[in-house]
Write a protein that binds this ligand. Structure first.
Ligand code: AMP
Length: 863
């Protein structure tokens, strides 16, 4: 066989695999090219510009934030009402857009322009424009609050468009400038619009259930026409149509549904219009099948095809086996027999009173899902219906080849990774398969990414791949904010800890770093995902404005006034030293001065950035300073001053005499009731003892510190005894904001490369869905409380290997009673275990207590 033929075969096989893929909103979140420059200057235009230096082409979001100059600023004088100004981006082909980012202009302190609020308009063809609104109808998006930071907004619902306009909402009181980025992936379904009868209303046991297409963006008269909506928003309905996994929406929200009695012909007719002529292999329809409530999947689909002006006479008819046993919602694949068309008309026949669809997707010869966010763009825009004789035009062929090359590269990468990390892959695959088998409603973000790279496919028996149904435990529409000088790569965290088995006694803190890498080396933290690619780790709703701004109140302390005493420990950034700080008490402002401590010189802990730290670690260090400088609470370690004028960078914090809580407790024994009447000698020995009430007192202090953090909506992400410090008289303070800092990394919701995660402290949704919230901090608090009451003698789930911990996470998720909870510590009263500890590990994050409640409950348990 000739090489060309072989390559054709390979291409065909890869194509066959590729067409199985479909857009997945949780994965489809790639920057579309404003920042990288892939979107050309000529594709960025605007209604007006303030001056040549603020033309549209400068409206590119800048993650490094450079000198902060260069942004698009409209000429506000040109539009009296200011509402019509826009910055327009032409993506050259249809894209599924899930996220937008905006930033202002600061010009290194010379400028202070930003858009506090803005709207978005979009168009698929460049002539019909639609105003985006969220699921509740709100059009205005809250934008930037300062000229530096990037603010990311989830588009819920996502947009399918080629042209997007950012329209600042301004009252003329200030000049507005914007730098923007769009995130998503190419929309290779090619579907430009669908036309359907709008959904009907059901009354179920007195409850109004609305099955209308609430996000449809076309016209609505007798039928909905010329738009896209819920059937293409990438969100699948749950088995029980009364529930919606989109937060706070009405019953039936996820589905568009019709009543047989209102459609006398006995079928629902849908017309799908595509961007150009395509060769259709199949259509997937996500149907509800809750027959106990009169809902069933369709009994027959008859599809007609049109390439020119008329519908062809010979339809394709498909009769699925109607499932009379399982009530699960499912995708039904309708084979379209490789028919060529630019429009398809399908009639779906009822098999019961109701028929409910939540998603429709098409697989066509030219719909090869892009494997890379930077996939080749259509060099030309092919208008709908053009050139019906060609199945694939030149531009598509080029895209195809580009995609196939990328697929081959990814396959090779997968093979390498597979061999390299076989153990991890097995474990994660197993968890993934289980989730899929059970038709569970969540997406295992971590391993999907690990295996699929940018290409969102994972084979499953159903043949419908990659677009796992997922349950949004928390609405995704949170503010994602990132301060300006964030770094985009992860620091090279600790060495792999795969070799570390479960420990059984006091855990040794690994404080290595022989390789010179910054380390977070702990047996408690494992490297969960080590793909060279990224995993989707969503950042949560943290109001970073609380931490934003440049005017850090931290003052520079004269370095020469620090006298080294001893080394206290070693952390991710470098060493921590005990030092005497001469004149520190006088140096501190009133609100920072350390009460009751008149020692002079004052003892302080000095954390120093290692000399060989790279730029990223350096920026991280500064970031941690910035976060800590704004935290003021008796149970949070206080940052007193900094030395950042020259290297090495130092942060000076209050000294906590008894080191970290883990080591502290590990060396203690629990004081039993019998220990109360000890002789003096025994009492001395008893110094290494601690009472139950002291332990609870420590937990109260941690809860109090966390209560403060939660009042700022600040997610710590790494709460554990190892990250709490102990001062005099059992004073506890929360420290180590290293993990929370990672929330604000340049790559937003991704952890690239080696992600080391404290899995034994992490909630199921943090591990499986990458969601970190106050509620996941509550979960970690439960584990921390358990550590305290067991005096840190064992690692949590010490009987489980890391793989088994992940497996157990799957069980927490499934919630079928198979999950293993941490056992009740011997000294822990039933009430504290049942009402408090277990409540922190509730599956439903909303049902977990708040830190306020935890604090009150713990205080009451002491009374
Ligand atoms: P870190 O870099 O914050 O992880 O700190 C590493 C180690 O240094 C901790 O585990 C503590 O044992 C010690 N350490 C850090 N900060 C302090 C402090 N403020 N007072 C006493 N010991 C500290």
């Amino acid at each position: 066989m000739k090489v060309q033929q072989i390559s054709h075969h390979v291409v065909f096989i890869l194509l066959a695999a590729a067409v199985r893929s479909q857009v997945n909103p949780e994965i489809c979140r790639y920057p579309l090219g404003m920042t990288s420059g892939q979107i050309q200057d000529e594709d960025i235009s605007a209604s007006s510009q303030w001056s040549e230096s603020t033309a549209a082409r400068f409206g590119r979001l800048d993650l490094d934030n450079g000198d902060g100059d260069g942004a698009w600023c409209p000429d506000i004088m040109s539009e009296p009402d200011g509402l019509k100004e826009y910055l327009q981006v032409d993506l050259r082909s249809l894209h599924f857009i899930t996220l937008v980012g905006t930033q202002g202009r600061h010009a290194d302190g010379m400028g202070n322009e930003f858009a506090q609020r803005y709207r978005i308009m979009y168009s698929r063809d460049g002539s019909e424009w639609v105003g985006w609104h969220d699921r509740k109808g709100r059009q205005v998006i809250e934008g930037n609050r300062n000229a530096y930071d990037v603010v990311l907004k989830d588009l819920e619902p996502p947009i399918i468009a080629r042209f997007v306009r950012f329209m600042p909402v301004t009252d003329h009181s200030m000049i507005v400038c914007m730098r923007v980025e769009l995130y998503g992936c190419e929309w290779l379904d090619g579907l430009m619009s669908y036309s359907i009868p709008d959904g009907h209303q059901m009354i179920y046991r007195g409850l109004d259930v609305y099955f209308n297409d609430s996000v449809y963006d076309g016209a609505s008269a007798d039928r909905l026409t010329k738009g896209l909506g819920q059937l293409t928003d990438g969100t699948w309905g749950l088995d029980d149509f009364l529930h919606s996994h989109i937060y706070a929406m009405w019953p039936g929200y996820d589905y568009v549904g019709w009543n047989n009695k209102s459609l006398p012909k006995g079928y629902v007719e849908m017309i799908f219009e595509f961007d150009h002529v395509r060769n259709f292999t199949s259509m997937k329809v996500h149907c509800n099948n809750m027959f106990s409530r009169g809902v069933r999947m369709f009994r027959q689909a008859t599809c007609y095809f049109r390439s020119g002006s008329d519908w062809e006479a010979d339809p394709v008819t498909f009769r699925p086996t109607v499932d009379r046993t399982s009530q699960s919602a499912r995708f039904v694949t309708v084979s379209l027999g490789d028919r060529t068309a630019s429009a398809i008309k399908c009639r779906f026949h009822f098999s019961d009173v109701w028929m409910l669809f939540s998603e429709v997707a098409f697989q066509s010869g030219s719909a090869v899902y892009n494997t890379s966010p930077t996939a080749t763009k259509h060099p030309t825009n092919t208008p709908p219906g053009d050139d019906p004789t060609h199945k694939l035009d030149d531009s598509n062929t080029r895209i195809l080849i580009g995609c196939l090359v990328a697929i081959i590269a990814i396959l090779l990468a997968i093979i390498v990774i597979t061999l390299w990390r076989q153990v991890w892959q097995k474990m994660l695959e197993k968890a993934s398969r289980r989730l899929l088998d059970d038709e569970l409603t969540a997406r295992l973000a971590v391993q999907t990414q690990a295996f699929s790279s940018h290409h969102s496919s994972l084979s499953s028996e159903s043949g419908f791949t990659s677009n796992f149904t997922y349950e949004r435990i928390f609405p995704l529409c949170s503010d994602y904010q990132e301060p300006s000088r964030l770094i985009r790569k992860l620091p090279e965290f600790a060495q792999s800890t795969e070799h570390l088995g479960p420990s059984t006694s006091c855990r040794a803190l690994a404080a290595s770093g022989a390789d010179g890498a910054p380390h977070y080396a702990e047996a408690d933290i494992i490297s969960l995902q080590e793909s060279s690619d990224s995993s989707t780790y969503s950042i949560t709703a943290v109001d970073m404005t609380l931490f934003a701004g440049t005017d850090s109140s931290m003052r520079e302390f004269p370095r020469h006034k620090l006298t080294f005493k001893e080394k206290l420990g070693e952390g991710q950034f470098g060493e921590v030293h005990l030092c005497e700080a001469e004149g520190m008490q006088d140096f501190l402002d009133e609100d920072l001065s350390i009460e009751g401590n008149d020692e002079s010189p004052l003892l302080v802990a000095v954390k120093t950035l290692r000399e060989d730290a790279n730029k990223n670690a350096r920026n991280d260090f500064l970031k941690e300073i910035r976060i800590m400088s704004r935290l003021r609470d008796p149970n949070i370690v206080r940052l007193l001053a900094v030395c950042v004028d020259t290297d090495p960078l130092c942060m000076i914090t209050e000294y906590m005499e008894n080191g970290d809580l883990n080591q502290f407790l590990c060396n203690l024994r629990l004081k039993e009731a019998a220990d109360e009447d000890k002789t003096e000698q025994e009492e001395k020995e008893g110094e290494s003892m601690v009472s139950y009430s002291k332990l609870i007192g420590m937990a109260v202090q941690i809860a109090s510190g966390m209560k403060y953090l939660s009042s700022l909506n600040f997610v710590h992400r790494d709460l554990a005894t190892r990250n709490c410090l102990v001062g005099k008289n059992y004073t506890i303070k929360i420290a180590d904001f290293g993990m929370s800092r990672n929330l604000y990394r340049g790559d937003y919701y991704r952890i690239q490369g080696r992600a080391v995660l404290p899995i034994r402290w992490m909630s199921w949704e943090s591990i499986l869905l990458g969601k970190f919230t106050m509620a996941s901090d509550v979960w970690a608090f439960g584990v921390t409380l358990w550590e305290i009451l067991t005096l840190c003698k064992k690692q949590p789930y010490s009987q489980l290997s890391d793989e088994q911990v992940i497996e157990n996470t799957g069980e927490y998720f499934r919630d079928q009673g198979k999950q293993v909870y941490l056992p009740k510590p011997p000294c822990c009263p039933d009430r504290v275990y049942n009402d408090l500890m277990l409540s922190c590990w509730r599956r439903n994050a909303k049902q977990r207590p708040s830190f306020q409640e935890i604090h009150t409950q713990l205080m009451e348990s002491l009374a």
